[in-house]
Design a protein around this ligand. Structure first.
Ligand code: AMP
Length: 222
């Protein structure tokens, strides 16, 4: 467990909350590129990397990630604790994919070196989420995101930026998409109430263009 009492110079944490496919990762990456004071941390990326390297964390997380289920809270809290320890000199960390349960949110609240200042909720309808997730492709080399219909690469199957091969995440396929959305509704959506109670929640209309959303977030996070 992370321990109590918040220090004056604590790291500012900004949480991006929303269902899978709502655009949190895309926006967090853009913000980190456009503002050197901002670091993006994605628990999903971190777990995928651990699975690829077959570390102890990866071996433990693999089956949960493949099924679209949440990795147990204890494991995720230990992961975030060690990541935030390494980022303690940073001004602002955008958390993409954490917290996903009330237990994870409570662990963050107890950290002495960080404080959650704002939570941006990426609001999007179920049908658009399914459409976005099922058409999503990622560069296997640099992770640049594409969409087969809404944002295709110039050359089919190939990343515009580095020429890497585009792949579809296994959990962006078939039934796993529905499982992930159901898990979001049953375990994560309750965080809207949790953060709403402390006046830190800002709702973002995630159906707009990535450029419009980026401009709005960049203004908020100046
Ligand atoms: P994401 O890339 O954020 O959609 O995460 C991919 C998968 O990683 C999720 O479906 C979960 O299996 C796992 N995961 C990521 N973040 C968390 C978290 N905070 N708690 C539990 N599982 C997580």
């Amino acid at each position: 467990m992370l321990s109590c009492a918040v220090a004056e110079d604590s790291v500012r944490l900004v949480v991006f909350l929303g269902a899978p496919g709502s655009g949190k990762g895309t926006q967090a990456k853009r913000l980190a590129i456009s503002n050197p004071k901002i670091v993006h941390f994605s628990t999903g990326d971190s777990l995928r990397e651990a699975i690829k390297k077959a570390t102890l964390l990866g071996i433990e997380a693999k089956a949960y990630v493949e099924r679209g289920q949440l990795v147990p809270d204890g494991t995720m809290i230990r992961l975030i604790e060690s990541e935030l320890e390494a980022l303690k000199q940073v001004d602002t960390v955008v958390l993409d994919g954490f917290p996903r349960t009330v237990a994870q949110a409570e662990a963050l609240e107890q950290s002495p070196t960080t404080r959650v200042t704002k939570v941006y909720y990426f609001k999007l309808s179920h049908s658009i989420l399914v459409e976005r997730l099922s058409g999503r492709r990622l560069c296997s080399n640099c992770s640049e995101p594409y969409h087969v219909q809404f944002f295709p690469p110039k050359v089919a199957g190939q990343c515009d930026k580095c020429g890497g091969k585009l792949i579809q995440r296994n959990d962006d396929k078939g039934d796993v998409i529905e499982t992930r959305l159901a898990v979001y509704e049953s375990q994560t959506a309750t965080l809207l109430e949790y953060y709403g109670q402390s006046n830190r929640l800002i709702t973002i209309d995630a159906s707009r263009t990535p450029e419009t959303i980026h401009d709005e977030l960049a203004r908020w996070l100046m």
